[in-house]
Design a binder for this molecule. Structure first.
Ligand code: TXA
Ligand code: MG
Length: 345
């Protein structure tokens, strides 16, 4: 199959294909999604097949407005209206109790709940409206690889496997939406995946929110199946560097003593100070967690194509957006961190 790149002038064409059950990748403010008609079971099954995604990991259903959600949900918790008004369209996914048989098991992973999100991208809102059906949309990457933040990343992973990609340039935020479970029996909402909508922002509006980031073991019931799998990993091993230039210096020396060619993912200042000594660099620009988050997946993908043996990637404090950034980076690094007082062998 030939994968067509649709411009934003060709949304009608893409919407017809989507409605008919073809797979179309779409832009959002977070990452690119792999779209399929959520009401068409064979289309949804294709999503798992082309991504190579474990089939018990449920999907997010994307809508063009809140009205669209109402057909599929049994009851809305009291916080819903406040959250929709504050964060939709935007990077907040909400989990509600689903009406029996509203979606196939392939969408919900057999759970009694379903995740919804209204992305903040006008082209995609138009696409969903014209397709006139809710759209499932996992990140449009091969399962386990860094999520795509450009149409080219999607093309790299899925060319020949999907009908098309709606191209609207690079995404703004760079990591996936905050996933908030509103179905806990004690009424306290739980963040299952941190994103650009932070715990602090949520608590200001709706009171207490819990955050649950633990990696569940294979034996545990998959309450949030996404937690179970190692994610976002390039092929080249990643080490997080938690500290300034002095810690980068130590980490670079250590890698080179072990004959490893180094690729660096860091801010412009660290890159400028060290680039003579390493094989490859990817600067995310100014020293801010927003810039680092926006370019994290692009950086990992770019460095992964180079002739290097290790990626050293800059840490940020785990507050606000830093929680989401470090959540992805730690998964990419399989939790490996170099700190000021690390002992090098
Ligand atoms: O920003 C995003 O959310 C992107 C863009 C494309 O919208 N989409 C995305 O989808 O990241 P995906 O499928 O890669 O991630 C969905 C996450 C998974 O961690 C999954 O386990 C969780 O949401 N999830 C979905 N439905 C759930 C449910 N009913 N209960 C618990 N977790 C659920
Ligand atoms: Mg994903």
């Amino acid at each position: 199959m030939e994968t067509k790149i649709f411009t934003t002038k060709e949304i009608d064409q893409a919407a017809v294909l989507l409605h008919q059950g073809e797979l179309i990748a779409f832009p959002t403010e977070t990452v690119y999604g792999l779209g399929a008609n959520a009401l068409n079971e064979s289309a949804v099954k294709q999503v798992y097949a082309v991504k190579g995604r474990p089939s018990d990991n449920p999907l997010i259903v994307h809508v063009s407005d809140f009205e669209m959600v109402k057909d599929y949900v049994t009851d809305f918790p009291e916080q819903t209206a406040t959250l929709v008004n504050a964060f939709w369209p935007g990077p907040l996914t909400m989990i509600f109790n689903v009406k029996p048989d509203a979606f196939s098991k392939s969408v919900t992973g057999g759970l009694k709940t379903v995740a919804f999100r209204m992305p903040k991208n006008q082209q995609t809102i138009d696409l969903i409206q014209r397709a006139d059906v809710p759209i499932v949309g996992p990140s449009a990457n091969t399962s386990g690889k860094p999520s795509p933040t450009t149409a080219q990343h999607v093309y790299h992973d899925l060319q020949g496997k999907i009908a098309g990609i709606l191209d609207d340039g690079a995404t703004q935020i760079g990591v996936e939406s905050t996933v908030l479970d509103l179905t806990a029996t004690d009424g306290v909402p739980v963040i299952l995946r941190p994103g650009a909508v932070t715990k602090e922002q949520l608590e200001q509006l709706i009171g207490q929110v819990r955050i649950d980031q633990h990696l569940i073991s294979d034996k545990e019931a998959p309450k949030a199946p996404g937690m179970k799998y190692k994610h976002y990993s390039p092929d080249v091993p990643v080490w997080i560097v938690d500290g300034g230039l002095d810690v980068f210096d130590k980490a670079i020396s250590w890698a080179q003593q072990n004959n490893r060619r180094v690729g660096l993912f860091a801010d412009e200042q660290i890159v400028a100070e060290t680039k003579e000594r390493v094989s490859e660099t990817f600067s995310f620009g100014q020293n801010s967690v927003e810039s680092a988050t926006k370019l994290l997946f692009a950086g990992l993908r770019t460095l992964d194509e180079k002739q290097i043996d290790v990626i050293l990637a800059q840490a940020f404090p785990e507050t606000e957006l830093g929680i989401a950034y470090m959540n992805r980076l730690k998964k990419a690094a399989n939790q490996k961190i170099i700190k000021k007082d690390s002992i090098f062998e």
